[in-house]
Design a protein around this ligand. Sequence first.
Ligand code: DGY
Length: 331
Amino acid sequence: MTNRKRPKVYITRKLPDAVETRMRELFDAELNIDDTPRTQPELVAAMKSADVIVPTVTDRIDAALIEQAGPQLKMIASFSNGYDHIDVDAAARKGITVTNTPNVLTEDTADMTMALIMAVPRRLAEGASILIDDPEAWSGWSPTWMLGRRIWGKRIGILGMGRIGTAVARRAKAFGLSIHYHNRHRVSPQTEEELEATYWDSLDQMLARVDIVSVNCPSTPATYHLLSARRLALLQPTSYIVNTSRGDVIDEAALIQCLREDRIAGAGLDVFENEPKVNPKLVKLAREGRVVLLPHMGSATIEGRIDMGDKVIINIRTFFDDHRPPNRVLP
Ligand code: DGY
């Protein structure tokens, strides 16, 4: 790449300083220093002028936008693990290569999943806010105050046993939970043995038997509202749901209904159907201590973001060196 013209790379959001510095060294990089989300006309203009677009999960790179790309646009190098915000088929039709940043978010997202699994049944957010909002109101320890539900010894049902699901399973096992999972394909016998995991071919049957459901599958047309009203009704009233994947895997309105009717015990959500808008009914449930809500920060570590930037850079450099980028996403 060094002997050629530096590719014009358009980056939609502020990235870590170290990543931006490297991008400037290597590419003709257009950065977004103040992190103002790009408008649609700005994105259209970039599609007509840049060689590479570096979007994030907050940019909708749909077919209508891709159709407007000029012939110079060769690559969409997403700064993200998930790529449900990109119409990969439309990009393929235009001959545009799409890449993502897998693997480097796995452990951080699994950590945050565990944090929610611990936080909801043990009422962590509720307890912490008591001492922030009104410390005087705490009259001291009491045997029957702020009781949550025990976590160890329970059954976790992992929906989607890919990299993140497996990393959650490893952690959950160490916390004394028994591992159950539903996935398109069964994991290897060695992994099942290591995790002492039970595979459920039927998602419905798994949901009826577990205490905590962890959503770890990607958002695809096949997983849209996978946890539908009918499936949510299969859960036990003492069960919890945690989602660090994508909001639309759960029918959010049906989940709210379930919580309001005490048909499940609680939920921990890092992702929502209409981000960044959060349904006010969920916020009300959070104030009542029924749910813990986080603003899509499952993978938000300094180290992880730098690793993601490194992956984007490697993908672009490899592509412009006429090789197949390591994280190419195929339709
Ligand atoms: C991703 O990159 O897909 C994540 O959702 C960001 O946390």
